[in-house]
Design a protein around this ligand. Structure first.
Ligand SMILES: C[S@@+](CC[C@H](N)C(=O)[O-])C[C@H]1O[C@@H](n2cnc3c(N)ncnc32)[C@H](O)[C@@H]1O
Length: 253
């Protein structure tokens, strides 16, 4: 096996490593504005009308906890699960009222106590179908009967323009931090290898950190059949905007 295929397998096997760039993630990404302006208006249509105040929601891949914080303000009881201890340490500060669990969403097991499970910008990191089915099965187990599952996921069908243009790179900069994400597309697997480099100014010295992640674009039919396979019903999806690369799925236990 070549070194690059060994690296690929190891990246696919583990959750993305956020530990060294958690501070930058809290600074530039997972932001409250994105949740308030981009997610809550959609939840007002597809989530809030279906679950009563006080209902218990699981935030799958909660990151720095900003979504949980907003949902707590709406009157929901919140639990977040994430594989990154460093991101969870920000989540505990950003949403001190909420519960958090350190865990891999491909492997967790919780009793059927949740009225809803939500997951925003997380399933892009699930890079094969078996793992996607495992995540859906774990969510199904954690939901009460008639529980609601809402998640976003990038779809091959929505990514065509971006793939043709071949450009997904991002650079975020302020006086104390910089974060660079370089995307390399692997067309056969429909996977983006993301090289992440962060810089933080600490005691007047720039500290550099590097990480590599894999991001997968999924086929609509794969997502649909994985959900059906574990028993979800009334599956539908919406595309939140013309330029959106992810679809938002809505389904019920
Ligand atoms: C792009 S961030 C999104 C965070 C948050 N949902 C938001 O919208 O602000 C992706 C999150 O998914 C988490 N994640 C990715 N793969 C995971 C896995 N297998 N198990 C648990 N968490 C995972 C990462 O640690 C990270 O917090």
């Amino acid at each position: 096996m070549t070194t690059s295929s060994k690296l690929f397998l190891s990246l696919a096997h583990n959750p993305p490593n956020y530990e060294s760039i958690a501070r930058l993630q809290n600074e530039f990404k997972n932001k409250e504005e994105f949740i308030v302006e981009g997610v809550i208006p959609i939840f007002e249509q597809i989530l809030f009308p279906h679950i009563p105040e006080g209902a218990h929601i699981l935030d799958l891949g909660c990151g720095c906890g900003y979504l949980g914080s907003q949902l707590h303000k709406k009157g929901y009881k919140m639990t977040g699960i994430d594989a990154s201890e460093a991101l969870l340490s920000y989540a505990r500060k950003n949403a001190p009222e909420n519960n958090f669990i350190l865990g891999d969403i491909r492997q967790f097991e919780l009793p059927p106590t949740f009225d809803a499970v939500v997951s925003i910008d997380v399933l892009l990191f699930i890079v094969n179908n078996d793992d996607l089915i495992s995540v859906f099965r774990n969510v199904y187990t954690a939901l009460q009967n008639n529980g609601l599952f809402i998640f976003s996921i990038p779809l091959v069908e929505l990514m065509r323009k971006t793939v043709e243009e071949g450009y997904m790179n991002h650079v975020y900069v302020n006086d104390e931090y910089a974060l660079i994400e370089l995307f390399h597309y692997q067309p056969e697997e429909k996977i983006w290898k993301i090289e992440v480099t962060g810089f933080e100014l600490i005691d007047k010295v720039w500290k550099r950190s590097d990480a590599t992640w894999l991001r997968k674009d999924h086929l609509l039919s794969d997502v649909q059949s994985a959900l059906e396979n574990v028993g979800f019903r009334e599956i539908s999806n919406i595309s939140p905007g013309d330029e959106s690369q992810s679809a938002c799925f809505i389904c019920w236990k």
